[in-house]
Design a protein around this ligand. Sequence first.
Ligand code: FAD
Length: 409
Amino acid sequence: MQETDSQAEVIVVGGGLVGAALAALLGEAGVAVSVLDARPGPLDEEAVGRGQPAQRVSAVTPVSQRLMEGLGIWSRLRRISPYTGMQVWEAEGSGEIAFDAEQAGTPVLGHIVENEVMLAALETRLAALPCVDQLFDARVEALQTTAIGRRLILADGRRLAAPLVVAADGARSRLRELAGIEVSARDTGQTAVVTTVRTERVHGGVARQIFLPTGPLAFLPLSVDGDTRYCSIVWSTTPDEARRLVDLSRDVLGNALASAFEHRLGAVEVIDAAVAIPLTQRHASHYVEPGLALVGDAAHSIHPLAGQGVNLGFMDAAVLAEELVEARRRGAELGDPRILSRYARRRRGDNTAMLALMDGFRLLFGAENPALRLARNIGLSGVDRLLPLKRLLMRQAIGERGRLPASCR
Ligand SMILES: Cc1cc2nc3c(=O)[nH]c(=O)nc-3n(C[C@H](O)[C@H](O)[C@H](O)COP(=O)(O)OP(=O)(O)OC[C@H]3O[C@@H](n4cnc5c(N)ncnc54)[C@H](O)[C@@H]3O)c2cc1C
């Protein structure tokens, strides 16, 4: 099979949210990019964000929102649900903490957005960029090193080469495996049960999460045609319990959700199938090699309890794009390890800190030890009374950490 000597300066493998955002940032700066995905074709932007909300949603921080505003897609996203409050409390305890946007000095703490709504808008943007080439039905099977960079061999035999290949192919990244990059994987001992519900009471634009002895249960506020009684559910629990929950009838699961949630939003009607997603935290031993960089879940995957996964991935994309565009302006080689290392140095610390924080939360809230239970109750309520500390935590949660790339400022 003949090599298609692609004109691309960068090939992005994986056109999920992070890969598509990276390709759009590079494409806007005039970099020739090919973005490949194994999926059969793009999403239809007209078809998404209608009818029942999609099962997979993300809490998107104001910093990620700025990234999408810069790409000109934010105003096109259908059915985004702002939240101005957050409540976190512990079951069977007295600890509770509440955050609100006003205290944080920001109009919103974030938005809940259906993943396919964001992805469809990104794909439409990519299709309009003359130097971006989107290839679907393109599954990468092999990776080689060449004199100028890297060569990819696809499942159908096609060969593509470029000075830089970026792995944005998700938590089980094939590219990462092909490159022989090791990953530290920690089974969280939890599986997320995901579904959509309609509740008796309105959510009032508040994202709520209760810490149960088996793991956190989140009700993420959605708005459908102005009706604010919809929520997306992420219930992290033991794998056995998750298996049991997804097999329940919708009525019984609704009752289980209402009771586990201490009836804060009244009765719960489950309106979609429930799916179980095992939760593993992974972190690649390194993010870059000559001619290769890892971004998003391919570099790190994180417990969803703080809704940070895709936001961290967007920051990877923004920082890598910034470093590459600057290097190109100076006439440097895009696959040069010195340039790629600058990206890795800027992102690894933030990602590591967030992964460690999620581990800490999980261990603290999973502990049965009465002393730890007391400590976390005092801790939650104590922090709730300390406004400066709360402000600091909120700034972190909304993504205002460290030196932000220009596209997110
Ligand atoms: C239950 C749950 C709730 C979550 N909630 C939130 C939240 O509220 N906020 C948040 O920020 N994050 C959240 N996350 C995390 C978030 O979903 C992920 O971090 C994000 O989707 C990762 O995006 P990605 O583009 O890196 O990878 P992916 O979305 O996995 O995309 C990878 C792409 O690569 C393609 N691909 C894979 N292999 C190949 C191959 N060999 N060749 C070609 N293409 C390939 C795939 O088709 C796919 O399109 C949650 C995660 C879970 C599990």
